[in-house]
Design a binder for this molecule. Structure first.
Ligand SMILES: [Mn+2]
Length: 505
């Protein structure tokens, strides 16, 4: 959905969820500015039982002059847009409207109107609003208060950027020309004394599991940022390697996950705990997520009678899932691994179409660039003989010229890419984001690498020979592979890619 398609309406109301948070306020403000620019009769509102009181939010509204209004009734507008929430959800006061649109980043909780854009993989709704505004040619940095609001919205929804899910979130974090002194001011009005008490109380009531060294902590309903603070402190305890801190809120069950062992990424654990019942992700050491109790009850309906029942047994739910996670996980260190070839089958890599760019054709040799992909950021200095290849899913690899030319046939065709996020490049000399795709041409990988594979029926983490700090994750349905010419070269191939990429020998 394009924002410009909503310009056909005259009276427009933007509504965020009750008890608005920084992200809801920022994203509603972004939309407000857009419709105001186009001369619409627009209002920005919220309902519910409470007027905004939290100090950081009161400061945000005042310092950035955000015109949000608290309302208890509303004349039906031509268009009502719910932002950072979905129409008629539990925490969204119902107002009548002739048409409804939804702009959100939570899990889809019910039927959506035709005019909607919900992207659950984003860490904040501010990220989505920034993308929508840029689509209409609006640079958020032209208005300092807007850039500051969106930056703060993302910051607060991702626990100070530590629980970022998506490269578009990183783009907002890095690109926003925000007002530093205002952000500092908001940040230092984040906790109230009663919230400090919630953190203290939660820390005293941890549950600890000795075998796998994890703690589970429940906190009373509170600002989700408090969960991160509690988790960070818990992880400093010597006997604790992992922890999950959660709180039941109107939007669902918010959780923060922490890990200090390289064998378990917090982001993976958050993803595992929220699988099919919400969304989760983040970084290696810090991650977060949101669970919908209705989905939890439906997914585990033999264990929970109702959403209320599920809510009352959440502590046990987390302990059970954590135990299952640690029990089913196998860790492989490639350099010590002995593959049992009698259990494996031989395959050869097909001739795949890839994109390629000679780095020094696009960037000056010696400059530092960051390539941002769905897999994460890759920092590198540009070298003369370096080639960049782009895979079907947008994954980027670096390869030396000599090796590249030996194992690929270059075609003089532009490279077409249809993945979710185009690999983007940031250079050190300006702040522009440049897509790599327009510079890419097509090549055919012809190396015909031979491997042995084994289908996986459980979770496997492989520390490859070339990276002993980060593991490749394999799950049931994926494949474990070893190179025929180097049995210590062990890695994981995603189940959905395998058929496209390999053929039996
Ligand atoms: Mn949000």
């Amino acid at each position: 959905m394009r924002l410009s398609s909503l310009l056909q309406y005259e009276t427009i109301v933007i509504q965020c969820h009750d008890n608005p948070d920084a992200d809801a306020i920022a994203s509603g403000y972004g939309l407000y500015i857009y419709f105001k620019k186009h001369g619409k009769n627009v209002r920005f509102i919220y309902g519910g039982r409470f007027v905004i009181q939290k100090s950081n939010l009161v400061l945000m509204l005042r310092e950035l002059a955000i015109p949000i209004e608290y309302v208890t009734k509303l004349d039906a507008p031509d268009l009502l847009i719910t932002v950072d929430c979905q129409y008629d959800e539990g925490n969204v006061t119902h107002f009548d409207a002739k048409e409804v649109a939804v702009i959100d980043h939570h899990q889809v909780s019910g039927p959506l109107p035709p005019m909607s854009d919900v992207r659950s993989s984003l860490g904040s709704c501010s990220t989505l609003v920034r993308v929508l505004l840029e689509q209409e040619g609006i640079n958020i940095n032209e208005e300092r208060s807007l850039a500051t609001a969106l930056y703060y919205g993302l910051m607060m929804d991702t626990n100070q950027f530590t629980e970022i899910y998506h490269p578009l979130d990183r783009d907002l974090r890095d690109d926003a020309a925000f007002d530093r002194s205002k952000i500092t001011m908001f940040r230092n009005a984040n906790l109230s004394l009663s919230e400090l008490e919630i953190a203290g109380e939660a820390l005293c009531r941890y549950e600890y599991e000795e075998t796998y060294r994890y703690a589970v902590i429940k906190a009373r309903a509170c600002d989700p940022n408090i969960l991160g603070i509690i988790g960070d402190m818990m992880l400093e305890v010597d006997a604790v390697d992992f922890c999950v801190v959660y709180s039941i809120l109107p939007v669902g069950v918010k959780l923060s996950v922490r890990s200090c062992r390289k064998e378990t990424r917090a982001s993976e654990l958050a993803d595992y705990l929220t699988d099919k019942i919400g969304s989760g992700g983040g970084h290696v050491e810090k991650a977060g997520g949101l669970i919908q109790l209705e989905l939890l009850q439906r997914e585990y309906s033999d264990e929970y009678q109702s959403a209320y029942d599920a809510a009352s047994k959440l502590g046990d739910f987390f302990k059970k899932r954590l135990k299952a996670y640690f029990e089913e996980s196998e860790v492989i260190y490639a350099k010590d691994y002995r593959a049992d070839l009698s259990q494996m089958r031989a395959y050869r890599r097909k001739n795949l179409r890839l994109g390629y760019v000679k780095a020094s054709d696009v960037f000056q040799t010696g400059t530092k660039v960051t390539i941002r992909t769905l897999e994460g950021d890759l920092d590198m200095p540009v070298k003369d003989d370096m080639y960049i290849t782009i895979g079907m899913g947008g994954e980027v690899r670096l390869i030396a010229e000599e090796h590249f030319k030996k194992s690929n046939r270059m075609l003089d065709e532009p490279y077409l890419f249809e993945g979710e996020y185009k690999p983007m490049v940031k250079t050190s000399f300006d702040d522009k984001n440049v897509s790599l795709i327009p510079y890419a041409k097509t090549c055919i990988a012809t190396d015909g690498i031979e491997i042995y594979i084994k289908p996986l029926n459980h979770r496997v983490k492989v520390f490859t020979e070339w990276d002993e700090e980060n593991y490749m994750l394999g799950r049931a349905g994926d494949y474990l592979a070893v190179r025929k010419d180097d049995l210590h070269n062990v890695y994981v191939i995603a189940g959905d890619m395998f058929e496209q990429m390999y053929e039996a020998v």
